[in-house]
Ligand binder design. Sequence first.
Ligand code: IMP
Length: 190
Amino acid sequence: MTLCFATNNRHKVEEVQAALGDAIRLITLAEAGITEELPENQDTLEGNAREKALYVFERYGQACFADDTGLEVDALGGAPGVYSARYAGPARRAEDNMALLLKNLEGKFRDAQFRTVIWLVTPNGEWGFEGVVRGRILAEQRGQGGFGYDPIFLPEGADKTLAEMSMDEKNRISHRGKAIRKLVDFLRSQ
Ligand code: IMP
């Protein structure tokens, strides 16, 4: 079986492929012959992941899964959530997003979580998988690794931010790592 991961990031695909073994061959969007930007017009992570995966399945007849991730801050009612990438505007700059978040959090409770939703669509049905890591937003950045909000996110029980962790350390505890392991367990059980 060939399964499309709705991304063009080969590295992401290889990581999941390594966990999956050989029974299923994973391909990127480009490898599936899909070059247009996928729609992402929903206001929930579930909605966006499902919209992308269904688009590929319905237009191209290709079994597919897609992911969507957001940082959900308790004191902001779950914002920036589905708008995490463009919180400070369409330029999608991580530095601007972090600065705006820190400003909006002044004097507020700093508990938060990263949440990833993966949606899988095949001829046999649809399934959703979720991964969450709880933590807290620091007042200042720490660390050079990772991306997005990593330098200001301290996971629960950790003494390093996500940006101070190696990629392996982050994958072991992260929202995305957890959601991917659920997807892989499901696919391997089929
Ligand atoms: P995406 O759905 O993976 O494209 O993630 C949307 C946005 O959420 C990204 O542009 C980042 O701002 C943020 N984000 C997602 N995953 C992470 C992460 O692992 N660390 C920090 N920020 C993240």
